[in-house]
Structure formats: C-alpha cells, structure tokens
Design a protein around this ligand. Structure first.
Ligand SMILES: C[S@@+](CC[C@H](N)C(=O)[O-])C[C@H]1O[C@@H](n2cnc3c(N)ncnc32)[C@H](O)[C@@H]1O
Length: 331
C-alpha cells in the first residue's frame, strides 16, 4: 500500500498475512529445546513507546552516549549528503540531528524504514513540521527483507544510510554480517554508512542498562507476551513471567529473557499449539552484542565495507563508525 501526502509518503510492506511471520517465528521459537522469540516482535505501538521510555532511563547510557557523538560530530558524519536513509528508525531524535546538519534548502530527504508503522508515522509528522524543506518517504517494512523497497536517490547527491541505537547488536554474528552485506549493496560510490555500536565495558554498567530500577525494560520485555496473546490468540499469563537480563561474558552480549515463575501451560490458538513452561524455564527475547573496535572492523570488512572512522563518546561507552563501499573514498 502506498499513500502520498504533500511531502510525506509512506509505503507499507507489512500488512495482512504478516502475522504469518510472527506465527512462524513463534512456532519455531517455542518448539526449540531452548525457547526464543526474535526481538523485532517487541515493537507494536506499545513496544515502541516503551523503548522510547527506556531511552530516558538514567541507567540506559547507550542513547545518551550515542547522542553525544551525533551532536558533536553531525556535520562530519553527514558530509555533503542530502538524504538520510535510517534503518530501524524509531523516534526522530537522532534523525533530527543528522538532517539538521545537512545543508538547508538542499532538498533534504528522510527515508525511515521501520517495522513499527505508528512510530514511523509519528516521526515523519514531527520532522516535517520542524524542517519545512524536508520531504519524507517512509518504508514500513523489515530491514531483513525489504531493503530493496528503499527508494533510490532523487538526485545524484551522496546519501547517508544509518543503523543506530546499537540495533545491529541484536543479531548473532552470521546474521549480523549478512545484514551488513545487504546494507553494503545499498551504497553507491560517495555514499556512507553510519553504524552505532555499543562497546564492551564494565558488565555492571551494561546489566543496569537492561534492568532499570523503574522497571521499564521489564515492561518492554513482558509486552512481547501481550503481542503474542493479541496477534496469535494465545493465553500467556504475563504475571507468571519475570524479566531477566545478564551479560554473557564469554560471548560479550547481553541476553534478555522471560523466566516462568511457576509451571504454566500456554495455548496458542492461531498455531493450534500448546506450550509447557517448567518453573524457572526461560524464553530468550533479545541478545544485544557489545563490540570491541576489532570486532567492529572485522564485521565491516567481512561485509565488504571500507571502515573510515570510529568516533566514540568521552567515556568510550559507545561508537559511531563511518564506512563506505569498498574502493570509493569520495564523500
Ligand atoms: C533498539 S530500537 C532503536 C531505535 C532508534 N534507531 C534509536 O537509535 O534509538 C530498534 C528499532 O528498530 C526497529 N526494528 C527492529 N527490528 C526491525 C526489523 N527487522 N526491520 C525494521 N525495523 C526493525 C524497531 O521498531 C525499533 O524502532
């Protein structure tokens, strides 16, 4: 479905039939020996709101650290680009900074891509109010499947493709490199790819970020069960699960899990499936890999990207890297 307004256009590639994706992931994930559901299903309208609230929590340093880098280095990051393609865009906070650093009047264009239609439309509406020369072409889709739906550049100007917020860390190494390779294919000579990655640091700091005292991350995690209940007519008793987050020191990633506090039997009508949880059994809902500069370098290289710069915040908690297509140093 495509819908055009004066300067906002939104193409929707998720829709009826898309519950099949959730259904397939839940069927696969809940029948594995170790249960898991991929994190992209967190983001219904409520999940997107809760993620924005997580970003405001005092313990959640990644947003503040990344914002410090973007704010200080925005012009350097965007160079002479006039278009920003943001994958997993969410709230417009970071796009506002990057678009704001692009030359005014140079027909700036924002191309957000997100699974959350509500978050994308809200972001588009806010930015169009603030930047009168901006046009927005949003893509409601899955960046693992719909990168080919991203519109091409309007003019010959270079553009920036961004994947921020540490979202790349949600993928285990093989999938991560596959996603980076498909992003590399989006880039033309002169384009640049800006990637936000959370860095390895004191595990206590990391663990606190994923288990804030106000319980917002816990609500975000538990909301996944509401999504499954609503979309797949399941009867998870959300009160029978608790939020768990820990840093796996060997793999250097955070895991978020939902732990059954008592034995429970869940019926998922849309899958005709009954799932048993033993007391204490855990369902993995997210990994969030933390990076060293070496890991970042080797992932980008394996994806065919030419790493040009790694920028970090003053506390070295987060990195924003700039890379480009191999063999093109302009831009
Ligand atoms: C960790 S949040 C980051 C949001 C924002 N970019 C930031 O830096 O704060 C992940 C975002 O990616 C979106 N998302 C997650 N998986 C996705 C997928 N497979 N395809 C498209 N968007 C996805 C979510 O809806 C959410 O807005």
């Amino acid at each position: 479905m495509t819908e055009a307004a004066t300067d906002v256009r939104v193409d929707v590639h998720l829709g009826p039939g898309e519950e099949r994706r959730l259904a397939d992931d839940v069927l696969d994930g809940l029948t594995k020996p170790f249960k898991e559901i991929p994190p992209k299903h967190f983001y219904d309208a409520r999940g997107s709101e809760l993620f924005d609230a997580i970003c405001e929590q005092p313990e959640y340093y990644p947003t503040r650290s990344e914002m410090a880098i973007l704010t200080q280095r925005a012009s350097q990051l965007v160079g002479d680009a006039t278009e920003l393609v943001e994958l997993g865009s969410g709230a417009p906070t970071k796009a506002r900074i990057l678009l704001g650093a692009m030359t005014e009047g140079a027909s700036r264009r924002y191309i957000p891509l997100d699974v959350s239609e509500s978050a994308l439309r809200e972001a588009a509406g806010e930015l169009i109010e603030e930047l009168p020369d901006l046009s927005v072409h949003g893509v409601v889709g899955d960046f693992e499947r719909h990168l080919d739906r991203i519109p091409g550049p309007l003019n010959g100007d270079p553009r920036v493709v961004a994947l921020l917020g540490g979202t790349i860390g949600n993928f285990p190494p093989g999938t991560r490199r596959r996603l980076l390779r498909s992003i590399a294919r989006l880039l033309r000579p002169g384009d640049r790819f800006i990637l936000g990655t959370d860095l390895v640091k004191d595990p206590r700091v990391i663990e606190a970020a994923y288990d804030d005292a106000a319980g917002v991350t816990a609500d975000f995690n538990l909301n996944l069960l509401n999504v499954v209940n609503r979309e797949l007519e399941a009867n998870f008793d959300v009160g029978a699960f608790e939020h768990v987050a820990f840093f796996d020191r060997r793999r250097q990633w955070v895991e978020m899990r939902l732990r059954a506090t008592r034995a429970s039997t869940v019926w998922i009508e849309a899958l005709d499936l009954q799932v048993e949880f033993a007391p204490g059994e855990e369902l993995r809902t997210e990994i969030s890999a933390k990076f060293t500069p070496d890991r970042l370098r080797s992932d980008l290289k394996a994806a065919g990207l030419d790493l040009r710069q790694i920028l970090t915040d003053p506390e070295d908690r987060f990195a924003v890297s700039v890379s480009g297509p191999v063999g093109s140093r302009a831009g």
